[in-house]
Every structure is written in C-alpha cells, then in structure tokens.
Design a binder for this molecule. Structure first.
Ligand SMILES: [Zn+2]
Length: 273
C-alpha cells in the first residue's frame, strides 16, 4: 500500500491510498476515531450552579469541550503508576469561578497545566443572569473514542478515487455547459483538479456521460481527516498509524505465543476441551 499527501493543514488532512482495499482504509478510519487518546473533562464537582442549566447538562457540555493534548504528555489512568487513583501524570485539574451577568465561555476555564486547555476560546458553556454564579472544579483525563465520543480527536471518512473519462467536445460542451458547475470548466475544458479537489465531480455525475464519465478505482482511496482541535490533523493520523502498528506487533506476538498471548491461550483452551 502507498500513501500520498494531497492536502495538509493543521485542521485537515487529505490522503490518497493506492494499492489498498476498503478493509485496510476502514481500519485507519477506526483507529483515528476510536484509538487515539486525548484529554477531556471526566469529573466535575459543583460548588455553586445558579445557571438555568442543571448540573448534569453543564457537566456534559464541559466534557465535550476539545482540550489541546500534545502527544505523549499524559498517561491513561489505567496504565499509570498510580493504579488509576489519579495523579499529576494522568490527570489535569480545572477550575471555573464566574459571576453573571455574562455568557460563560470555555476560555474562562483555568487549567493547572497551560498545555492542556480549551482548543476553542469562544465555546459557550452556559449563560448567567445578574448575580448568578457558577463555581466548579473539574478533572480531565486521557481517553479514547471507543470509550466516549468526547475523546474522539477527529472525524475521518473516505471514498474510492474517481477516474474521469473526459471528452472536451466543443459543440456538445456548449450545449450542456449550463448544467455543470461553473468552476468545473476552465477555458472551454473540464478542469480535472477542480473536479477532484473541490469535489465538483459529484455535481457533474450523470449530466452527460459522453462529455464526462465518472468511474471509481477499486484499489485507490481518498481519505479525509478533520481534527476537532485537540491535536493537529497530522498528529492524529501519525498517532493512529503508530497505534495500529503496535496492535499488529501484539497480534504477531500473540500468534507466536510470545508475551501477551490472548489468542494462543484461547487456542490452547479449545484444544483441551
Ligand atoms: Zn496517575
């Protein structure tokens, strides 16, 4: 399998996988969505909540705030030296103490660690009227999307790479021109780059197959990843790939009956019965 980077920004990554099949590409998608650990608020202690929202709703909203999570900074609680009790290696404390009238924003959360903070300042948590107060303490921990969607670092999706069979017949094109998006045609010809990168081909499909026929390549995929803000898109993807690699190593070891041999043990059990 080969990978080519088509577009890369902090928020977005577009990749092309070739010589791949859907099962492999879907594995990457699943690793991105559910296997990359990031920070999110998990516990909230309410000291005062005068807002119109009940404690549970405020806690839920706090949990869904994406928190910046530099890679390899914190342990997951269950893997930490503290045996899951909670310590500075696996959790970060937050506090919030606001008096109305105002809208309470994520930026007002005070973090014990400046690296772990709200990824977006202007996310509203609740609104306070004159004299109302919201005072809380909260704890954020590392988690994975498989436990709760608040720990998902990105959205990822893919499709087969389209293949364009183009016939720039001038007379025919002028007849159908109005039915194609304006940006799809440049200087009287189909613009292949715009068709693919701006996904204009979706709107062109089925207009006139004699001019532009769209087919899909079996073993080529375009993979999109959009970060929710905890990490850059590239960090999410490389963490996902490394995790997948670790899983393959574990699998190989378990097949050989080496360290951590869940499958070998199951196989042995089957034979004994
Ligand atoms: Zn710990």
């Amino acid at each position: 399998m080969e990978m080519k980077i088509i577009d890369k920004t902090d928020e977005k990554l577009v990749l092309e996988f070739s010589n791949a099949d859907a099962a492999e590409v879907n594995t990457f998608r699943r690793m991105v969505v559910s296997g990359v650990p990031v920070m999110a608020i998990e516990e909230v202690e309410f000291i005062k909540n005068d807002s119109a929202l009940v404690d549970e709703i405020v806690a839920n909203r706090l949990g869904l705030i994406p928190l910046t999570t530099p890679t390899n900074t914190y342990n997951k609680r269950e893997d930490c030296k503290c045996d899951g009790k909670g310590c500075p290696l696996c959790q970060v404390e937050f506090s919030l103490d606001v008096k109305g009238p105002c809208v309470v924003y994520a930026s007002q959360l005070i973090s014990q660690d400046e690296k772990i903070k709200s990824a977006f300042d202007d996310m509203p948590i609740t609104r306070l009227l004159d004299g109302q107060e919201l005072t809380i303490n909260a704890i954020a921990v590392m988690g994975e999307g498989r436990e709760h969607m608040k720990y998902a670092p990105a959205i990822a999706f893919y499709h087969h790479k389209p293949k364009f069979i183009i016939n720039n017949d001038e007379a025919k094109l002028s007849k159908f021109k109005n039915q194609y998006p304006e940006a799809a045609i440049k200087d009287g010809k189909f613009d292949e780059e715009a068709l693919l990168n701006d996904k204009l081909y979706n709107a062109c499909e089925g207009v006139c197959d004699d001019l532009l026929k769209i087919e899909y390549e079996e073993d080529k995929f375009i993979f999109y990843l959009e970060s929710f803000g905890q990490m850059t898109a590239s960090e999410v993807m490389s963490t996902a790939l490394n995790k997948f690699n670790d899983k393959l190593d574990d699998f190989e070891k378990s097949m050989k009956g080496g360290k951590g041999k869940p499958l070998a043990d199951i196989a042995k059990k089957l034979m004994n019965k």
